[in-house]
Design a protein around this ligand. Structure first.
Ligand code: ZN
Length: 127
């Protein structure tokens, strides 16, 4: 939690260097909103570098998780057809949706996760 009067080392747009700034305003949840340069007394909006970094890391983690569920680009893929039986975990190639991996087989329904991140269910023809 930030405190009023606390000092932070940030870039001063007027001095054109990093200088100590005194916290002049704080948001309700304790984040620094405005700081005042100790040298030239100019005030500026404060962007918390820790908050920015945390947001960026979260985005990266989400992407990595999604990528790990994607079909391996090097594994062989069978061309999808409603007449063909597929097994769970099998990589398929769909003429419309591209590469995907079978995540579940339920009777004549097959759930496939595609490389665009969407899951689609196909109903197979019963013989
Ligand atoms: Zn300054």
């Amino acid at each position: 939690m930030a405190k009023l009067g606390q000092q932070v080392d940030v870039y001063c747009g007027r001095c054109k260097v990093e200088r100590y700034h005194t916290v002049a305003a704080i948001s309700a949840d304790g984040r620094i909103e405005r700081v005042q340069c100790d040298y030239c007394q100019s005030t500026r909006a404060y962007k918390d570098p820790a908050t920015t970094a945390k947001k960026a890391a979260g985005t990266t983690r989400t992407r990595r998780t999604a990528a790990s569920q994607m079909p391996d680009e090097t594994s062989p893929a069978r061309t999808y057809s409603p007449d063909v039986h597929f097994d769970k975990g099998e990589v398929i190639s769909h003429t419309r949706y591209g590469r995907g991996r079978v995540i579940e087989v339920r009777g004549n329904r097959v759930d496939v996760r595609f490389s665009d991140g969407n899951d689609r269910t196909f109903v197979h023809r019963t013989s």
